[in-house]
Design a protein around this ligand. Structure first.
Ligand code: HEM
Length: 154
């Protein structure tokens, strides 16, 4: 009873979090790329990412807690870094990556936008778009593998 409940909450957290990443990547970035002024681009991007960061932080906490708790109840920690535990291993890698990005978000913004606001930001946003696509595809792959493995696919 506790494991299905934990996984249900776990998946709700994943939906909110990765859904937000998909929205930013597929909807917000193309809007940004069409904006004329570099300053306008930076302000809009930081506004969206700053608001989304709160939802992402909450989701990362919920997903990590429920996933870790479920794995403990199932005595499944030894599945990590094994062929049968490929789903859990991918989940942990993606989760750790997001945690690091969220923890150092402020520093990352400073590095990315340092002294660039006056210049043409198109190249920076092109790189950011590519980065978001890589992260989104990796997250979707994790969901695919997670559901596939969880339902006897392997
Ligand atoms: C600390 C990180 C995480 C841990 C410890 C964790 C752990 C778990 C566990 C134990 C399950 C139950 C299924 C099984 O045993 O194979 C599960 C299911 C699932 N997880 Fe994670 N997870 C984590 C992060 C993530 C992330 C980042 C994603 C997505 C990007 C994700 C997506 C899913 C999905 C979609 C399922 C449902 C699979 C099904 O249909 O049964 N998890 N997770």
């Amino acid at each position: 009873m506790i494991v299905p409940l934990l996984i249900a909450v776990h998946v709700l957290g994943v939906v909110l979090w990765i859904g937000g990443v998909a929205f930013v990547t597929i909807i917000v970035f193309p809007m940004l790329m069409r904006m004329e002024s570099s300053m306008e681009k930076v302000m809009f991007f930081q506004g969206v990412e700053h608001r989304f960061a709160k939802i992402a932080k909450m989701s990362v906490a919920v997903v990590g807690l429920t996933g870790g708790w479920a794995l403990s109840v199932m005595h499944g920690w030894n599945r990590l870094f094994t062929a049968q535990g490929i789903d859990i291993t991918l989940m942990l890698v993606v989760w750790t990556f997001y945690l690091l990005v969220l923890l150092f978000e402020g520093k990352l913004f400073k590095i990315i936008f340092k002294g660039e606001a006056q210049h043409d930001m198109s190249k920076v946003f092109l790189k950011l778009t590519a980065f978001h696509w890589v992260v989104l595809v990796l997250s979707l792959l994790t969901i695919f593998v997670g559901v596939f493995a969880g339902h006897g696919g392997f």
